[in-house]
Write a protein that binds this ligand. Structure first.
Ligand code: ADP
Ligand code: ZN
Length: 710
């Protein structure tokens, strides 16, 4: 282990750095200026926090939002790290006390807002710090706020420019999750960074699952259905305040703890609702876009958009509030073609024509995201200039590719109708003609006389709309970008009309979400334990008046539920657990795990059919390889069956599979390192035994242990 890795485990409990962190930290330790561009949840904070702890003196962290800085400081303090913040919520005496602590060298990280940093009074204080205990670095979080090109420009950030000249020997690190190159250049210039090391990471958030569903007319049951299949905290974003209220009420009626959040509520109610959400007192917040900036809740497990977002950058940011802890989370967009009409209406209200044009371009890209039949990440990351190869295995289209249908004939009808109406209309009119509408406009233009009038009654308006959108997105017909969306035939259209090209459109199979996986008894047990550990965490958090995630993140609890460490020593080895936290909370969790395993007298689950077949063959006296041959499964699959059967207390004698001596060695190993993953046990035993042997003996070990409790 390198010394940096040791420090990582000591202060943050993690075993390994994420991509790029170690290098960034090394540069910071070498006093270089840095610009770090990493997506939300990438692990930016650690990049300045760890150097702050390793360097002499105090690091100053600039953060734009009071709530964020308080959260970060609480999390650090709960890891035994001396951090503090200075902001307007503190009274004079408290500020003085904290300043004294800083000057006494008791503090490693100080968080503050930019306006305080550049205030006259604080300037003197900074000089004093620098002379007495020295400033080890400046970290400018959310550094894009300095740029007018960014999405939340803040005037106060501009004055940070002084830092570089006032403290020429102190390194500056700017951090952001904003992707546009223009803003990046601006940050370097505005902060006057000195020959900075620039590290830009992919914006792909691999732990997020993306899905688009067409929004049903009855939205509440649709959303309810979605929520019932996901667990954990979630945000539902709605366009209108009224919708948030109605939806929250509807969910409450169905026994789901949900609260609204929007600009029309009083500050007090908003703050209360937000706080309840962060503390897991309610599961869901139904909000307008007013919600989210500055919400530090890393364990949001899903974000549902009730309406189409106005551009892809906002969608990325809003949906990106899910899964900041790196654990898997779902982002679901509900979309109806009426959204397009509504957004177009708002665009037309803009007075500035150039702005209208930009907004329309943006809308087009959102639609491309919603409509694509390919990997959603290609469109999403393409927006940030990243070329993604597709096949992400984390979006609806990749996991469950839409089926294609031949719609060549319908396309010919459609396109010929475009031709007959002189390429002067949008899809709506074309569809009206095809479906034989009796509207006034139809007669005014004489469209009822066209040969294509009424030839498309066999399909619904929705189906035709779907075809029209597919044609546009596949480039098989052009659409003007002047707000009128007039359809124009192109070369491809003519190929179709001349029978030289076929058209396939995707019929999406809605309801993609959560293909229910069959879980092994062991997994079910882990789920049960996880729930209990979460309850314990909530209880401890309430007692200390902090948010549950501050105690342990979801990933750490999950590890605990899987590994079920029964001693403090083994618990302390898990990723995410520092010695400080082990001392503070370890006992509570170990006790809970012990209690749980005592209660798990016998798994109630029965063997599955396929396991039963394996069992029958075993009872007929067949060997492993004979069973595998007979059943046409690999040896390792049959070993898996046998292990599960052993755990399920089925009549299987381990001695038929593993030599007694080897059993003893493996059990000795498990007793030393704990009932953990096969890989860890195997490594611990210096690769003396293979996975199959370990798997069988571990199952036997579990069964014995359970029997000892009964
Ligand atoms: P950002 O500021 O980039 O949005 P954070 O700094 O909040 O991201 O980190 C996101 C999550 O990842 C946090 O829960 C953090 O504890 C976790 N994390 C950061 N670095 C590591 C690491 N090396 N190993 C495991 N988890 C990490
Ligand atoms: Zn994909």
């Amino acid at each position: 282990m390198s010394s940096l890795q040791q420090a990582l485990k000591k202060y943050f409990g993690y075993d390994t750095f994420r991509d790029g962190q170690e290098e960034i930290i090394a540069h910071a330790l070498a006093n270089k200026d840095l610009l770090v561009i990493m997506p939300t949840g990438g692990g930016k904070s650690l990049c300045f926090q760890l150097p702050a702890l390793l360097k002499k003196g105090v690091t100053i962290v600039v953060s734009p939002l009071i709530s964020l800085m308080q959260d970060q400081v609480t999390s650090l303090q709960d890891n035994g790290i001396n951090a503090t913040f200075l902001n307007s919520t503190l009274d004079y005496n408290e500020v003085r006390r904290r300043e004294d602590d800083i000057l006494a060298g008791k503090i490693k990280l100080v968080y503050l807002a930019p306006e305080r940093l550049v205030s006259d009074r604080f300037r003197d204080f900074l000089d004093r710090i620098n002379q007495t205990i020295s400033i080890s670095g400046f970290a400018i979080d959310e550094a894009h706020c300095i740029s007018e090109w960014g999405h939340d420009f803040r005037q106060e950030y501009r004055q940070l420019k002084q830092l570089r000249s006032r403290f020429p020997h102190v390194s500056l690190m700017a951090l952001t999750a904003t992707a546009t190159p223009r803003v990046q250049q601006d940050m370097i210039r505005q902060l006057n960074l000195r020959n900075p090391t620039i590290r830009r990471f992919s914006f792909n958030r691999a732990n997020l699952y993306y899905e688009v569903q067409s929004r049903h007319k009855r939205t509440h049951p649709q959303i309810l259905n979605l929520i019932n299949r996901i667990s954990g905290s979630g945000i539902i974003y709605c366009f209108a305040r009224k919708t948030t209220e109605e939806l929250a009420e509807g969910l409450q009626k169905n026994g789901i703890l949900a609260l609204p959040y929007h600009g029309g509520l009083s500050d007090k109610i908003r703050a209360e609702n937000q706080d309840k959400f962060i503390r897991d007192d309610v599961q869901i917040i139904v909000a307008t876009l007013a919600f989210g900036m500055g919400i530090n809740k890393p364990d949001v497990r899903f974000v549902i958009h009730h309406d189409l977002p106005k551009n892809l950058e906002s969608y990325y940011q809003e949906s990106g509030r899910a899964g900041r802890d790196g654990e898997s989370a779902k982002c679901i967009l509900l979309y109806s073609s009426s959204d397009e009409v509504k957004l177009n209406y708002f665009i037309k209200q803009k007075e500035n024509l150039a702005e209208q044009k930009i907004a329309r371009e943006q809308l087009k890209k959102v639609l491309a995201y919603a409509e694509t039949n390919y990997c959603r990440r290609i469109v999403q990351l393409g927006y940030f200039g990243e070329k993604f190869k597709g096949d992400c295995e984390g979006c609806d289209n990749c996991l469950n590719p839409p089926q294609k249908q031949d719609w060549t004939i319908e396309s010919q009808k459609f396109l010929s109708c475009v031709a007959r109406t002189q390429e002067r209309f949008g899809a709506k009119r074309i569809i009206d003609v095809l479906r034989g509408s009796k509207g006034k406009k139809i007669y005014e233009y004489g469209h009822h006389l066209l040969t294509t009038y009424g030839i498309g009654k066999d399909h619904s308006e929705e189906e035709w709309k779907h075809l029209a959108r597919s044609l546009v997105f596949q480039g098989l017909v052009n659409q003007t970008n002047d707000g009128y969306n007039i359809l124009k035939l192109n070369k491809q259209s003519w190929l179709i009309l001349r029978q030289k090209k076929k058209v396939e459109i995707a019929i999406s199979n809605n309801d993609n979400l959560s293909q229910i996986k069959k879980e092994s008894p062991r997994q079910l047990q882990a789920e049960l334990l996880l729930e209990r550990l979460k309850q314990l965490r909530k209880k401890l958090a309430d007692r200390e008046n902090i948010a549950p995630y501050v105690i342990f993140g979801d990933s750490t609890l999950k590890l605990m539920a899987q590994m079920q460490p029964q001693t403090l020593n083994i618990l302390g080895k898990l990723s995410g657990i520092t010695e400080y936290k082990l001392n503070k909370y370890g006992n509570h969790f170990v006790q809970e795990i012990l209690a749980f395993s005592h209660e798990q007298i016998m798994p109630s689950a029965l063997p599955s059919n396929t396991q039963m077949k394996t069992l029958q063959l075993y009872q007929q006296g067949l060997t492993l390889s004979e069973i595998s041959h007979k059943r046409g499964f690999s040896i390792s699959t049959i070993t898996e069956h046998i292990s599960e059967l052993i755990e399920l207390n089925q009549p299987i004698d381990i001695n038929n599979f593993v030599d007694q001596k080897i059993q003893q060695e493996i059990i000795k190993g498990i007793n030393q390192i704990g009932d953990t993953s096969l890989k860890i046990i195997k490594e611990h035993l210096q690769d003396m035994y293979n996975y199959d042997q370990i798997k069988l003996v571990r199952a036997w070990y579990r069964r014995q242990k359970r029997e000892n409790y009964t």
